[in-house]
Each structure stands twice: as C-alpha cells, then as structure tokens.
Design a protein around this ligand. Structure first.
Ligand SMILES: [Zn+2]
Length: 161
C-alpha cells in the first residue's frame, strides 16, 4: 500500500471512530445497507449496475474492495464508512480515474458521498481531517445535485474525541 493510502486509512478511521459511520456492520447488515445505497433511486443515474458480494476467499488484509462494478466485503463485515469509501472508488473509476486511487479526486468523491448518504456534517469532518490530520488535499470538483442524506440511521452523531 502507498503512503497516501495508509494516511487515508488512518484519517478515516480516526474521523469516524465512535460515530455511526465507524460502526462495524456484520456481513449481512453491510450487504443490506450497501444494497440500499446502490439501489437508491436518487443515485441510480450514477450507480447503475453496481453490485455487492462477499469475498469467497480469505480476506484478512482488507475489509472490502471495489473492482469494476462490484464491491466485495470480507466475510466478517466492515465498518459503515467502508461502503462510502468503496463507492467512491467506483465513481472515481467511472469518471475517468483522475489522479491516484486514493488521491485528491478520489477523496473529493468520498467527501461528497459521505454527506449525500449520511449527512450530519460528516463530509466536512472528513475533508477537514484529511487536510489537518493527513495534509491531504481534496480536489475541488463539482458534483451532481443530490438532496441528502439518503440513508437514515438511528444513533449517535457525536464524535468520539
Ligand atoms: Zn480504497
């Protein structure tokens, strides 16, 4: 893994710890929520054809990954933010894959999707932590207008400082 990717993992993990986005979802819940996201009518114009599945083999090194239009999750599940992280890879890929795979353009997708999907200011938190904690830029690109948050979750929105 690149230094940039490692920094991204560190920042996202710290940014979402103790929040609904940091919650670990068991495999079935993860896939159910992923399903809700990728089939949401508000995102269908850009997520058409994306599917989720469980990794068949041993997947100890990654919680989930996106390749092509498939988001695969470890048999043990993953934190909720991993849904957003992997979707950002899909959309970054579909829109020309500018820059590195965890680079500034990808991070812009990640930040935008976080707010669109879950709201609560989490997109801003993530962008700020990328900049302040990781020294990582978020590209300034314009996104389609989508009224969020699209996914309603009960639970604490308080950060664990
Ligand atoms: Zn990634």
């Amino acid at each position: 893994m690149s230094v940039e990717a490692d920094l991204v993992y560190e920042v996202e993990n710290a940014a979402f710890a103790g929040t609904i986005l940091g919650d670990h979802l068991p495999r079935d819940s993860f896939l159910a929520e992923l399903d809700e996201v990728i089939n949401h009518h508000a995102l269908s114009f850009m997520l058409n054809g994306v599917t989720g599945r469980v990794m068949r083999c041993d997947a100890t090194s990654a919680e989930a990954y996106a390749k092509g239009n498939v988001i695969s999750v470890n048999v043990a599940g993953a934190s909720r933010y991993v849904i957003v992280h992997e979707l950002a890879h899909v959309l970054h890929g579909r829109t020309g894959r500018q820059g590195a795979s965890h680079g500034a353009h990808w991070r812009a997708w990640y930040v935008w999707l976080t707010e669109v999907l879950y709201g609560g200011g989490y997109g801003d938190v993530l962008a700020q932590d990328f900049a302040v904690e990781g020294g990582l830029k978020v590209a300034d690109i314009s996104f389609p207008h989508v009224d969020g948050p699209l996914i309603e979750i009960d639970g604490s929105l308080v950060r664990n400082e």
